[in-house]
Design a protein around this ligand. Structure first.
Ligand code: ADP
Ligand code: MG
Length: 256
């Protein structure tokens, strides 16, 4: 979508195709003793179709930022605009439903349900996310298709404990794809894998942009970060470097 004009009542849309636009985003945690600024006035854009890295050392605020992008956490100030719509405007239940349809999440420690087979883990995501617009009778085929995308169509009957770490993370990718979301987000998705397996799982994630997905991944590994098509680098909650992530703000409020 390309719009240069202000749309009354709606969030401004930049003239660049930004899938996710972050404007003056801050997250501050206040306890009795002190105020901790975890993210400090971040403004950037995630282009549609990008392989987008959020990188920086441990403790720089990467996971906090990812949780704000997916609406799991709420900003102290500023906003996240997703496909032209501000996340904050939604209530908790609506936000959870929205997340199920729009975002596939991949975790460092896979988080598969240990008592369910690979296929059942993917089917559960369809159940929880509403099936990506497909009628229920097509869910099984959809789940198998997702396992096929990650190279595990023949492994559907296995329990997570019967799969290697790399295979478990592939199942988690299949699960993230289940409802056909436009965006996949992954927090250190290869952080728990040996380097060869990590490379293979990363290649799989990188290939998802060829399916039209936008892939946002967090890493503290400079080598993986260098594979991105756009990135921001965080240090102590601030952007210290970026490429391809320039936000084109159109609102008065956004101009500074
Ligand atoms: P990263 O993912 O880059 O390692 P995080 O986003 O997890 O960084 O955390 C950034 C900083 O914020 C760290 O110093 C962490 O200790 C602090 N932090 C994160 N969450 C909380 C919280 N709920 N309460 C207090 N400090 C927090
Ligand atoms: Mg983290």
């Amino acid at each position: 979508m390309t719009l240069d004009t202000e749309r009354p009542g709606k969030a401004p849309v930049s003239s660049v195709t930004a899938l996710i636009q972050v404007e003056h985003l801050s997250r501050v945690i206040t306890s009795r003793a002190q105020k901790t600024v975890i993210l400090d006035d971040l403004t950037f854009a995630i282009p549609s179709g990008s392989l987008f890295a959020i990188n920086g050392p441990s403790g720089s605020g990467k996971s906090t930022l990812l949780n704000l992008l997916t609406g799991i956490d709420r900003p102290t100030s500023g906003r996240v605009i997703f496909s032209g719509e501000e996340l904050r405007a939604r209530g908790e239940d609506a936000l959870a439903r929205w997340r199920g349809q729009h975002v596939g999440i991949i975790f460092q420690f896979f988080q598969l349900i240990p008592t369910l087979t690979a296929l059942e883990n993917v089917l559960l995501a369809l159940e929880l996310g509403g099936g990506g617009g497909l009628p229920r009778k097509q869910w099984r085929e959809r789940a198998l298709t997702c396992l096929e995308i990650v190279g595990l169509r023949d492994y559907g009957r296995r329990l997570p404990s019967e799969l290697s770490g790399g295979q478990q993370q592939r199942v988690a990718v299949a699960r993230a794809l289940a409802n056909n979301p436009p965006v996949l987000v992954a927090d250190e998705p290869t952080g728990n894998l040996d380097s060869r397996t990590a490379q293979q799982v990363f290649e799989l994630l990188a290939e998802l942009i060829n399916l039209g997905k936008t892939v946002v991944y967090v890493t503290h590994d400079p080598q993986l970060a260098s594979r991105s098509t756009a990135h921001v680098t965080l240090l102590d909650g601030q952007i210290v470097e970026q490429s391809g992530a320039q936000a084109a703000l159109t609102s008065q409020e956004g101009r500074s």
